[in-house]
Design a protein around this ligand. Structure first.
Ligand code: SF4
Length: 320
């Protein structure tokens, strides 16, 4: 995950909840990829370190367990960079240019100059992040599938040129609904429509109050259609089945108003966010422990990564 800003509810349901479940029965590596933050934020790096710390706190608060998983910061394990460089020698440029997010994100972030090698090459750095641990599964959302497919192509090319070193990583698709932000578009920091894991309850409350609803429901007595309402989508993700049924029926029959519906959503979100907030505060009070976790994670990661690079150098007949 790139440390370019605070984490929001979209990260919680799109990744973190899934990670917390996966760590129960998989050997997981969770990486704060600070080098990736530079691919878009290279001109102003002043906030990267801050967001690395915040991300570690959010992960721990959300339930990432350093006893069960290897949790660390990418730049602490230099093997990522070495593998990225070696792979860059064998990857044809058109493979990178045709990754769909390359053009899309350049258009989206038009205010920045993203005509850099780092930005073009970031899916390759992602591939190195995966292959350096010989990972066979990668938890991804659908939008990341083309990146993983590129990684698999690179594996085939490498193994064909130098012999079998890497397994082809398979996607572990994260089953998740697209979480809407307060304006109904996908929740995203860049749209300014997010509810953050670190938001205090009054802020969460006012964000919910500002949420769009079914635009056809112009008055309290007019029945609505929950299927088109972002508030209801949030209920589906965060509320109990009883509350979801209550909101669904109450909206369609006009038995409840949007204010009631939003009040119930605030309660559901408080139930989700309050324990996270509590754990976050506890971890924030122990910065040395967080440092020690990341250092221990980096050490464990380095051990695996060093073994992989030794095999890569042998296969490529390069270096000691
Ligand atoms: Fe949306 Fe709830 Fe209002 Fe229906 S009652 S339009 S689901 S906020």
């Amino acid at each position: 995950m790139r440390p370019t800003g605070p984490l929001h509810l979209g990260h919680l349901v799109g990744a973190l909840r899934n990670w917390v479940a996966l760590q129960q029965d998989h050997d997981c590596f969770f990486v704060i990829v600070d080098w990736h933050a530079l691919t878009t934020d290279y001109a102003d790096t002043s906030a990267v370190q801050h967001y690395v710390r915040e991300m570690a706190l959010d992960w721990l608060a959300a339930g990432v367990d350093p006893e069960r998983s290897v949790t660390f910061v990418q730049s602490a394990v230099k093997e990522h960079a070495e593998l990225h460089l070696l792979l860059s020698m064998i990857v044809p440029l058109p493979w990178l240019e045709r990754v769909p997010t390359y053009k899309e994100q350049q258009a989206e972030l038009r205010e920045r100059d993203l005509n850099t090698y780092g930005f073009l090459g970031y899916p390759l750095l992602q591939t190195a992040d995966i292959l350096v641990y010989l990972a066979d599964r990668v938890p991804v959302g659908e939008d990341q599938l083309p990146h993983l497919e590129l990684g698999r192509e690179i594996v085939r090319r490498f193994n064909q040129l130098y012999g079998p070193v890497f397994p082809e990583p398979q996607p572990l698709l994260t089953p998740t609904a697209r979480l809407p932000g307060v304006d109904g578009r996908k929740m995203s920091k860049s749209y300014g429509n997010a509810i953050y894991l670190s938001d205090p309850p009054p802020t969460v409350g006012s964000r919910v109050d500002a949420m769009l609803t079914d635009p056809q429901r112009t008055h309290r007595h007019v029945p609505g259609n929950p299927e088109v309402c972002p508030v209801f989508t949030m209920h589906r993700v965060f509320s109990t089945p009883e509350v979801v049924r209550w909101a669904d029926a109450g909206c369609r029959s006009a038995a409840i108003g949007c204010r009631d519906c939003k009040g119930a959503l605030k309660q559901s979100l408080t139930g989700v966010l309050a324990p996270i907030e509590e754990r976050r505060r506890a971890w924030a009070g122990e910065p040395e422990r967080v440092d020690a976790i990341l250092a221990r994670g980096a050490e464990a990661a380095r051990e695996v990564a060093a073994g992989t690079l030794a095999a890569v150098r042998r296969a490529m007949r390069i270096g000691p």
